[in-house]
Ligand binder design. Structure first.
Ligand SMILES: *Cc1c(COP(=O)(O)O)cnc(C)c1O
Length: 434
């Protein structure tokens, strides 16, 4: 299978090149030349399959021409070794918990799969691979955990100073080994800009192999489509569900749209965002205007220029009207988020995290404006215990600490502070590759 840039101005590449490159040279993002097409009978068989079967079969449909079947089965099986339970919360409202992986955020799904895919694709190469990743919190920890101790791979994590939670910071900075955290004096957009600048640096690319682990990487995006199939399976193949997705860089939503393009029945996607509302504004006006990001409770969604907009736009043929047919989008502020968390906790006893709460609000808004009665699935992308300060502020008291997180406190933090300056990151990269 060939992979094409969304901008159409660079040559088509193999999966290996697409995964190792991250963005295409023309600034576009890679997409497979064609998407699989799942038959009706396959879709009807889904309720009888386990998540590991589904992951493997969906992975094969997307990547089967590039990776031998037994290798893909191992990669999918090892990456998806945690449950993704779908629970009915309220009439017609289901919550899919994507956060039972090692770092307790849904990014474990993509990062674990991609780490194994890269290490397979990169086997037998003679110089180290440098993975560059910008994070608003959860990506860095998931990528650090997914790549920890993988031979021949250095990981440089750029995280914004003072903008990640204490636990996220521990998850990024206590790995050691081949994981190199850089604390950037700037916000997430600055980190993302630095990562893009370094990845595009010709001289560096000449000296070593550089790649991105952000959701712009197709190797991270594809596995995120697995759980949309899983949700449909666990709903027993009922009528097409609505998915409400808490969006930041829009990788999660894009993976859902890819699943839908491949035939998965979906009634509507809801792109639920916090007050970083470039996307709903785009749907309203047809104009896409990136803006500086604003901090909110759902910090992993504080993105002013979502990187996967490029891919969505490509899938939608560049037409706002096509977007409007399949995707609706609303923005919610911190007060609405906090009220939702308190309301659902007192009605059902279920504690949502701020990201999942934004998705819950999106589903509720959709039901309110259309009379839709279900099934609607909102994606819970992180465990609330990842944000103890915020949860305590909202609920008054929150002190649950799952085992994955409690053991972090014993770790030793190691990171290097850098200014928001590509030269400093370059120097650092040279120093770890000496
Ligand atoms: C990254 C993240 C999001 C946003 O996902 P995108 O794919 O960037 O849209 C939402 N919630 C949590 C907890 C995240 O870590």
């Amino acid at each position: 299978m060939w992979y094409y840039s969304t901008k159409g101005k660079s040559p088509a590449v193999t999966l290996k090149e697409a995964v190792l490159r991250g963005p295409a040279p023309d600034g576009g993002l890679y997409m497979p030349e064609s998407l699989p097409s799942f038959s009706g009978s396959y879709l009807r068989s889904l309720p009888f399959k386990s998540f590991s079967e589904i992951s493997f079969e969906v992975a094969s449909a997307f990547l089967g021409t590039d990776i031998p079947s037994d290798v893909l089965e191992d990669i999918a099986g090892e990456a998806m070794d945690f449950p993704l339970p779908l629970t009915g919360l309220q009439p017609g409202v289901y919550c899919m918990e994507l956060y039972h992986g090692p770092t307790m955020a849904f990014k474990d799904v993509g990062a674990r799969f991609m780490a194994r895919l890269m290490s397979y694709l990169y086997r037998n190469m003679d110089r180290p691979l440098n993975v560059i990743v910008a994070t608003s919190g959860d990506t860095g920890s998931a990528v650090a955990s997914g790549f920890y101790d993988v031979d021949g791979i250095n990981v440089v994590v750029l995280f914004p100073k003072g903008r990640v939670s204490r636990l996220q910071q521990l998850q990024i900075t206590t790995n050691g080994g081949n994981i190199h955290p850089l604390e950037v004096d700037g916000n997430f957009d600055d980190c993302q800009w630095l990562a893009r600048t370094i990845l595009a640096d010709e001289e560096l690319n000449h000296q070593f192999t550089l790649t991105s682990a952000n959701s712009i990487n197709i190797g991270r995006l594809i596995p995120q489509s697995f759980y949309y199939f899983e949700a449909y399976a666990r709903l027993q193949g009922s009528t097409a569900p609505v998915f409400s997705v808490p969006c930041g860089n829009f990788g999660n939503l894009t993976a859902g749209v890819m699943a839908w393009c491949a035939g998965l029945p979906v009634r509507k996607f809801i792109a639920s965002v916090n007050i970083n509302d470039v996307f709903p504004k785009f749907l309203d006006t047809g104009r896409y205007s990136p803006a500086a990001s604003v901090p909110t409770y759902s910090s992993a969604m504080d993105v002013g220029n979502p990187s996967n907009f490029e891919r969505l736009d490509f899938l939608m043929g560049g037409m706002a009207v096509n977007f409007r047919e399949s995707i609706m989008s609303w923005s919610f502020n911190d007060k609405q988020t906090a009220d939702a968390i308190r309301g659902v906790a007192s009605d059902t006893g279920y504690i949502m995290d701020p990201h999942g709460a934004v998705a819950w609000l999106g589903l509720k808004e959709y039901a309110g404006s259309t009379g839709f009665s279900g099934p609607g699935v909102f994606l819970e992308t992180a465990h609330p215990a990842k944000f103890p300060e915020t949860m305590e502020e909202i609920l008054g008291k929150y002190d649950f600490v799952p085992p994955q997180l409690s053991k972090l406190e014993q770790g030793q933090e190691r990171f290097t502070p850098v200014p928001c300056d590509a030269e400093a990151v370059r120097e650092y990269l040279l120093s770890i590759n000496r």
